[in-house]
Design a protein around this ligand. Structure first.
Ligand code: PRX
Length: 645
């Protein structure tokens, strides 16, 4: 496929950037011309950040799956769309061409229809990383339903909350999932999540692990049986539902600084244009390249750069079911070697964890197919950047450090591979269309004097096509979370530095959100989960630097129950009970690395917990906790310092 909007030089980037800022509607309108529309839009952009109201390509009619599948059938029907590598390297991989993927998506769209799914219905998808996950996502889009993919590591309670919030009527799941040495009983987790649920009418179960499952009559059906019915009827095509550009495409739940995860809503037109544009430009995708994004489709990275971005660009995208260290730490390199991967996109955590195994796992692996390396999800430290560039890229592959968020749909700040400069641990330049600025805590723009590097809270002045439109069912929450901190600006929640070249370096979250192994965890959400444990009176959670995970989780807990306290009062059993509670309420990904029992928390006279002090203690900076004279009980600080783990 040819991408006329692919930026091929630094000068071309500068020209595109200028044009995009001067006239965003003309800029994005031109790019959108390269897609399949049933009807062109009435207006490219209509927006204000006060409500907020953001509309891109409104009145335009399309279906994203026609752009991801049908339009490639004429010229590249036999090209691989998906390559799937299973968890167990002994099991055979699968290659699915565009023709086959189109057929499978259409057939599953029939299955959805036969089971009562209509345009606008919400479908929760809780599956492992198998091709059927991508097929379910695309079939949902084909029929005009709204998918809400939930990562396989979330607990039944988390799923129940999401099902309720989205008022989902359908679930697509698997009997189980393989992840490294573990089998995850997905259907059984869904069964727990559905106890007391009043909205879900049908559960479609795909076979993967052959884990025994209980199928409830009238509610649960097997994927394979349903597909057989469609095949018997000889159905291979499914007319795509015609959607407005601003109809919702999906909901993806993410943690924020308040208690409950929010359902970030992305719509069909803008999201398609933006993921495609950033995929083609950041990774400098060339037809035939094999793109391997190691994220899970349960996160935004998987949505945008395993499914929609690559497929809309007619790319070959690799789905890997397993984990980087199973059966050993050479798994990524084996996959690169086996499929001659050209683009590898992964997380700093994965790189740091693989660095820990030394160079042995890389030996004998042919990585010469690699052209471009990427990272996402958290700041990458220089050591990991250099290791990645030198030992994986053999100093021959540009590394792109892509900064973005669930809410942004696609990359916002990143170098373009081999086109714009790369600086280790700097995300560098904004994408065309992005007007970034730094503000101080009063919302005043931070302007550099001369060549100085400045720091501030990262905000954005105007919308890009991939920006979230709302938080599902609660638009006011969207406004207060993102558009109210600083009037007329989108606030990212991140802090950043900007140097004299206009390059950005992301320093991390400035709100109460942790980033653990590239996963967002809200401290309030985690504290709520800990506080649900019967003996817990109160808790406070902060992050601290962790060599592999980027951030570790440190919990300070006031415990008054009697159960599990040992003679020293350290409560190993209580600690385990609390971890168990968190696993039940959120999922194992949110388990703290450290739990310290305390008798009090540092609070101001108005009752606010001074997290700054706890953060310093967790970081081990015991002498720099700062002024504690305004605390209700300053004595508690000494006690907490003494008990530090
Ligand atoms: O803090 C930033 C960090 O991850 C947050 C977004 O998390 P999530 O919505 O889960 O999306 C992750 C994948 C896009 C951001 O607010 N983050 C993401 N990418 C980077 C990053 N921090 C530094 N450098 C990055 N490249």
């Amino acid at each position: 496929m040819h991408y006329p909007y692919q930026i091929e030089s630094y000068d071309a980037y500068k020209i595109a950037y200028q044009k995009s800022i001067k006239d965003p509607a003309a800029f994005w309108g031109d790019i959108a011309e390269n897609f399949t529309w049933h009807k062109k839009w009435d207006e490219v952009l209509n927006w204000n950040f006060t409500e907020p109201k953001i509309e891109w390509f409104k009145g335009g009619k399309l279906n994203i799956t026609e752009n991801c599948l049908d339009r490639h059938l004429e010229k590249q029907a036999d090209m691989p769309a998906l390559i799937w590598e299973p968890n167990d390297p002994e099991e055979h991989h699968r290659i699915i061409t565009y023709r086959k993927l189109h057929e499978k998506v259409c057939q599953f769209a029939h299955v959805l229809k036969n089971n009562g799914v209509k345009k606008g219905d919400r479908i929760c998808i809780y599956m492992g990383m198998i091709p059927e996950l991508a097929i379910a996502v695309l079939a949902s889009a084909r029929i005009g339903a709204v998918h809400s993919v939930v990562f396989g590591g979330f607990s039944a309670q988390s799923i129940a909350d999401r099902l309720y919030d989205a008022q989902a009527e359908f679930v697509v799941t698997c009997d189980g999932a393989y992840r490294g040495a573990k089998d995850i009983p997905l259907k059984s987790v869904i069964d727990d999540a559905l106890i007391g649920n009043r909205t879900v009418k049908k559960v479609i179960v795909c076979t993967r692990t052959r884990t025994p499952v209980s199928m409830i009559k009238g509610r649960d059906v097997w994927w394979e049986d349903e597909i057989k019915k469609v095949e018997t009827m000889g159905l291979h095509d499914f007319p795509a539902e015609i959607m407005d550009a601003e109809d919702p495409l999906f909901i993806l739940y993410t943690s924020g600084s308040t208690g409950k995860p929010k359902g970030v809503v992305h719509t069909c037109g803008g999201y398609m244009v933006y993921t495609n544009y950033t995929f083609v430009n950041v990774f400098q995708y060339k037809t035939g390249d094999i793109h391997f994004c190691t994220a899970d489709i349960g996160w935004i990275t998987g949505h945008s750069y395993i499914v929609y971005g690559p497929l809309s660009a007619g790319a070959t995208t690799l789905i890997f079911e397993g984990v980087p260290t199973f059966p050993d730490a050479s798994r990524f390199w084996d996959i690169v070697d086996k499929f001659k991967v050209n683009i590898l996109y992964t997380a700093p955590t994965a790189i740091r964890s693989l660095m820990g195994f030394g160079l042995g796992p890389l030996q004998g692996k042919n990585l010469s197919s690699l052209k471009i390396l990427g990272t996402v999800g958290e700041p990458i430290n220089e050591e990991a950047w250099h290791w990645y560039s030198e030992h994986v890229g053999k100093n021959n592959c540009p590394v792109v450090d892509t900064w973005w968020q669930t809410e942004t749909g696609g990359c916002l700040i990143s170098n373009l591979a081999g086109i714009t400069p790369a600086v280790p641990s700097w995300a560098t330049l904004p994408m065309p269309g992005l007007e970034m600025l730094l503000v101080d805590e009063n919302g005043k723009e931070v302007i550099a004097q001369g060549d100085e590097t400045v720091s501030g809270n990262l905000c954005i002045k105007s919308p890009w096509p991939g920006i979230l439109r709302t938080t599902y069912g609660d638009h006011e929450r969207c406004r207060t979370n993102y558009f109210a901190t600083y009037p007329n600006l989108y606030f990212t929640g991140d802090g950043a530095l900007r140097d004299k070249n206009g390059f950005y370096r992301i320093t991390g979250r400035v709100d109460d959100v942790l980033n653990v192994s590239g996963h967002r965890i809200g401290t309030a959400e985690l504290e709520n989960a800990i506080n649900m444990h019967a003996g817990v009176v109160e808790s406070a959670v902060v992050g601290y630097p962790h060599d592999v995970k980027g951030q570790g989780i440190y919990a300070f807990v006031i415990y008054q129950g009697s159960h599990g306290q040992d003679t020293h009062g350290t409560g190993e059993l209580v600690r385990k009970d609390i971890l168990q509670t968190i696993t039940r309420i959120i999922g194992a990904i949110a388990k703290p690395d450290k739990i310290q029992f305390v008798t009090g928390l540092p609070k101001t006279r108005s009752g606010k917990i001074m997290r700054r002090i706890l953060r310093k203690i967790a970081e081990g900076e015991l002498d720099s906790v700062g002024d504690i004279s305004t605390l209700l009980d300053p004595g508690v600080v000494e006690e907490i310092k003494n008990g530090r783990l």
